[in-house]
Design a protein around this ligand. Structure first.
Ligand SMILES: CC(C)(COP(=O)(O)OP(=O)(O)OC[C@H]1O[C@@H](n2cnc3c(N)ncnc32)[C@H](O)[C@@H]1OP(=O)(O)O)[C@@H](O)C(=O)NCCC(=O)NCCS
Length: 355
């Protein structure tokens, strides 16, 4: 294939279908893995409908196929009390038959230039094992800290069955361990006057909640109703949005979804809107655990930055086990020093794009 046969350019009308096709083909999950939606509708929603602005996308095409693609989505952040447009990189893929020819290099260069033109100050990356050495070692992306999952096991059986061999032993051990929590006294009930309600959409009440809690955070995505409605209500994927009320007043929001990881049903704590202090985060996670227990998932998890105050609060709320290692990089010359301080971030899986 001569390199000049590729055609490069920004997003076109039919590209969401072709990008969906490329990414679905490369996904390779074979039913063992189901994270977020990867349909053309998802890419249309993600790239075109974002209230913070359209994503900057650049692809390499061969005929009617997209063979490489890359995007940066703008996100409205609050950094040290100011509104800043921050980017999130996503969907960096080159068809295996076309790798190593500089296709992603051209796509990323065009996207980074476009992002700067669109007023995006800097961007953060949650790279895969393949893109991590490219961003960090070749392009000088900065790694100040990494993320991990804070988890709680609700059902040992399915977890052990997925990881332990032989299977009958795993099932037996899972059943024994599954009975253990009953020996431990039940946790306290939610305080009197607290109620939980399913939210179909977000309105000015959610805006008031965000306005009241926002000053407690140094680096955080602006979780106002416009963002929450786009991210969780208009999304082609499905999320469960729960409101916590005290005396009828909205005091916290938790957004949940379910994934399949290595064949195991996982309850994902996708987002949280709550004060930076106090006990609301703990109460929201109790709501999440109750929901997921009812749904029958094996494991509940949330993103954390190990060693930070957020991490201590997640552990205190019952997500005690630490699992995995999610790489986290920021672009070189990011003009906001606070992004290098792990303690400054309030981050949830909703700030990423896996779920
Ligand atoms: C990662 C991926 C997108 C690279 O695409 P590509 O078109 O083959 O990359 P290019 O040929 O444009 O190379 C880009 C740069 O990365 C370097 N590179 C490519 N593969 C590399 C590797 N495995 N290790 C280290 N560097 C690598 C190239 O040398 C080049 O460096 P340079 O900018 O200094 O010249 C592609 O391998 C891929 O799709 N992998 C699977 C999906 C994936 O993991 N995507 C990342 C999701 S975040």
């Amino acid at each position: 294939m001569a390199d000049d046969e590729y055609e490069f350019g920004p997003l076109r009308r039919d590209d969401p279908e072709a990008i969906s096709d490329l990414i679905t083909r490369m996904d390779g999950g074979r039913g063992e893995q189901r994270l977020r939606d990867k349909s053309a509708a998802y890419y249309r929603w993600m790239y075109l409908d974002n209230p913070a602005g359209q994503a900057v996308v650049h692809s390499a095409r061969l005929g009617d196929k997209v063979v490489a693609s890359f995007a940066v989505a703008p996100k409205i952040f609050q950094v040290e009390g100011r509104r800043v447009i921050v980017g999130k990189t996503m969907d960096m893929f080159t068809d295996p038959g076309h790798q190593g020819r500089g296709l992603i290099k051209r796509c990323t260069a065009a996207v980074f230039a476009g992002a700067r033109d669109a007023g995006i100050a800097g961007w953060y990356v949650t790279p895969s094992v393949n893109s991590y050495p490219i961003f960090r070692d070749r392009w000088g992306y900065v790694e100040d800290f990494s993320l991990a999952y804070r988890t709680r096991v609700l059902r040992w059986g399915p977890l052990l069955a997925a990881f332990l061999r032989p299977r009958p032993v795993a099932r037996l051990l899972g059943a024994v361990l599954g009975r253990l929590p009953r020996l431990v006294p039940r946790r306290r009930r939610a305080p009197r006057g607290t109620t939980v309600e399913l939210l179909e959409s977000f309105d000015s009440e959610a805006d008031r909640l965000w306005d009241s809690v926002a000053p407690g955070y140094r680096v955080a995505m602006v979780r106002d109703s416009e963002y929450l409605n786009w991210r969780y209500v208009a999304n082609p994927d499905r999320y469960t949005c729960l409101a916590l009320r005290r005396g009828g007043r909205l005091v916290g929001i938790v957004v949940l979804t379910e994934t399949i990881r290595r064949g195991v049903r996982v309850g994902e704590v996708v987002d949280l809107v709550c004060p930076a202090g106090g006990d609301t985060l703990r109460l929201l996670l109790r709501v999440a655990l109750t929901h997921f227990r009812r749904e029958g998932v094996a494991l509940v998890q949330a993103w954390s930055i190990p060693g930070t105050g957020l991490d201590r609060r997640l552990r205190g709320a019952g997500l005690r086990l630490r699992r995995g290692h999610v790489k986290f990089l920021v672009s070189p010359n990011f003009p906001e020093p606070a992004v290098h301080d792990p303690e400054a971030w309030f981050i949830t899986q909703g700030d990423g794009n896996d779920v």
